[in-house]
Ligand binder design. Structure first.
Ligand code: ADP
Length: 200
């Protein structure tokens, strides 16, 4: 098993995060959390690149559709009337389309961060997918107040300022999808001996 101190994950500042001028502050929070920046760039990806990033299996799309279905049902809205279908896979495909539109509104800042259990550490630091459900102090809660109900009524994606890989397998795919090997760097941060002990 690889040393979890060296785990890498992908973080993307989404268009709303970039437009809010929050990129620097979000990166500062992640660096303060002990994560090391090993790659960074500003990009305006093609639709095809984003389609592959959200490498949507039917199961993932159905899950996304299910969340949207439930948001409508909670609000007492007629899902079929609003979405033109009550099939969860079809709803998931529509939400994915909203998501790709959102991700093309402005440039993104993509980065790779390395550190102790980086994937789960970053996920905890960014908080819940839906900003109004995210814990205060988490990045999504502090930079967004969006709600899935509002988003679904307006037929748009939830605007939550940041993406981070969901698990190690996703991280490994996303690193190669967004970065060439020569765009990633190895170096020692001055804080490493304090955090992990002197190197052996
Ligand atoms: P995460 O980004 O936390 O990994 P998901 O992979 O489930 O969450 O969803 C991808 C993105 O799709 C979210 O970050 C959000 O922007 C958007 N999204 C998720 N659920 C919904 C929903 N019910 N309605 C609209 N947009 C959604």
């Amino acid at each position: 098993m690889d040393n979890p101190q060296k785990e890498r994950t992908v973080v993307i500042i989404k268009p709303d995060g970039v437009q809010l001028g929050a990129t620097g502050e979000i990166l500062a929070r992640l660096e303060k959390r002990g994560l090391k920046l090993v790659g960074i760039k500003m990009v305006k990806p093609t639709r095809d690149h984003l389609d592959k990033h959200y490498n949507a299996t039917d199961a993932w799309l159905t899950g996304l559709g299910d969340k949207t279905y439930n948001a409508f049902a909670e609000f007492g809205w007629d899902v079929k009337e609003k979405m033109g279908t009550d099939d969860k896979l079809e709803i998931g495909k529509k939400v994915k389309n909203w998501l790709v539109n959102y991700m093309q509104e402005a440039p993104l800042v993509a980065m790779v961060l390395e550190g102790m259990h980086a994937v789960s550490t970053v996920r905890k630091t960014i908080g819940h997918t839906i900003p109004i459900q995210a814990e205060p102090g988490s990045i999504r809660a502090d930079f967004s107040t969006d709600s899935n109900t509002a988003a679904n009524i307006e037929q748009r994606a939830v605007r939550n300022v940041i993406h981070a890989s969901g698990n190690v397998e996703e991280a490994n795919f996303e690193i190669t999808h967004w970065f060439a090997p020569q765009e990633l760097f190895d170096y020692q941060r001055a804080s490493e001996p304090a955090m992990f002990g002197p190197s052996k």
